[in-house]
Design a binder for this molecule. Structure first.
Ligand SMILES: C[S@@+](CC[C@H](N)C(=O)[O-])C[C@H]1O[C@@H](n2cnc3c(N)ncnc32)[C@H](O)[C@@H]1O
Length: 331
């Protein structure tokens, strides 16, 4: 039987390394795309403005996207299973002077006393949902937290990476704070179990500072490969969502089935009627609280977080970010 890792291992215990490894991304540009899709497909948010009032980032890690959304004035919450990542997300938000609520929790089953206009899961974090049951529980949890007409946007690896010739690299180097970070993350050597579609991905991240001093973090972590049709079936089975669109890139409307597509980005719309018809989680409709009430509760949580948060740790930094192209964009 396949057992989900209860504790998030290795690289996620080293948020500084993780963040440096992912410094190749253009987070503001990705957030522009997320907000563009919200404007196009979302039905919640500020009437007339097409802007979500609140966002929930799941499996957020250091919560770079939630932080950027908060910087743009959107009420942002980040959830992650790793305590180290939650600490990093809090510290980074504080350092950036933005309000971010951070929840230590499991994306398969969580309860936050608020409804959100937009939920997001970035960079193939859904690969940590190893089974159909994990995926269904996750979709139900997200649906419970979305406002009517709210959107759930999930970015995954493109199936071409597993089923055809890879469209992304599994090895790359970025410059960070005058040093470099060299990353190897998965790749063809990590064989996919043909029955479970789970790989044990070998990860190695080496940070070399400007003085030449180097440190390496390694990890082996389970990674479930989801096909497009499996996801379509899971979404239908879970109920509560319709697929509004599927994209293959953050830019210029590349469809997921285009030859140049290199990500699989699902734009899901929360459909209350279908959700209720399926008889699932009807109770949560009555559970809704207003944003004002949620903000009050959040302020109380933040006071406790501020009291309990450990001292900030030094990150290796996320200095220069190379262009995000298919060739140099790893995952
Ligand atoms: C590849 S990282 C992505 C982080 C972030 N989304 C980003 O774009 O940088 C995956 C994250 O998923 C988190 N994670 C793994 N399993 C989880 C679960 N069941 N619930 C919540 N977070 C989880 C890990 O702790 C890690 O921070």
């Amino acid at each position: 039987m396949l057992v989900h890792h209860d504790r998030v291992p290795g690289i996620y215990d080293e948020p500084d390394f993780y963040e440096a490894a992912c410094a190749y991304r253009d987070v503001p540009a990705e957030v522009d795309a997320l907000l563009g899709w919200y404007r196009r497909y979302g039905g919640a948010g500020d009437p007339g403005s097409g802007v979500p009032r609140s966002v929930l980032e799941l499996a957020a890690g250091p919560a770079e996207h939630a932080r950027e959304l908060a910087r743009r004035g959107i009420d942002a919450t980040a959830l992650d299973l790793s305590a180290a990542m939650c600490t990093r997300a809090r510290q980074a938000a504080r350092a950036a002077g933005v309000r971010l609520s951070v929840v230590h929790g499991d994306m398969r089953d969580f309860a936050i006393p608020c409804e959100f206009d937009l939920a997001i899961t970035m960079l193939n974090s859904l690969c940590h949902l190893l089974t159909l049951d994990d995926m269904l529980a996750h979709l139900a949890s997200v649906a419970r937290h979305l406002a009517d007409g709210g959107l759930y946007i999930a970015e995954l690896a493109h199936p071409a990476d597993f089923l055809t010739e890879r469209r992304t690299n599994s090895e790359w180097t970025s410059e960070v704070d005058g040093g470099t970070v060299t990353v190897s993350w998965g790749g063809r050597a990590d064989v996919i179990d043909p029955v479970t579609q789970v790989t044990r991905e070998h990860v190695s991240v080496t940070h070399r500072g400007p003085d030449g001093a180097a440190r390496t973090v390694t990890d082996v972590m389970p990674n479930r490969f989801w096909t497009a049709t499996e996801l379509a079936a899971a979404i239908r089975l879970a109920g509560g969502f319709s697929v509004a669109a599927r994209y293959g890139d953050f830019g210029a409307g590349v469809p997921v089935d285009a030859p140049e597509a290199w990500r699989m980005i699902l734009v899901l719309r929360r459909t209350l009627v279908q959700w209720v018809q399926r008889g699932r989680h009807v109770g949560s409709v009555q559970r809704r609280v207003t944003l004002a009430a949620y903000r009050e509760r959040r302020a109380a949580c933040e006071a406790v977080e501020a009291r309990d948060a450990p001292e900030a740790r030094k990150a290796p930094g996320t200095g220069s970010t190379p262009d995000r192209t298919r060739e140099n964009s790893p995952r």
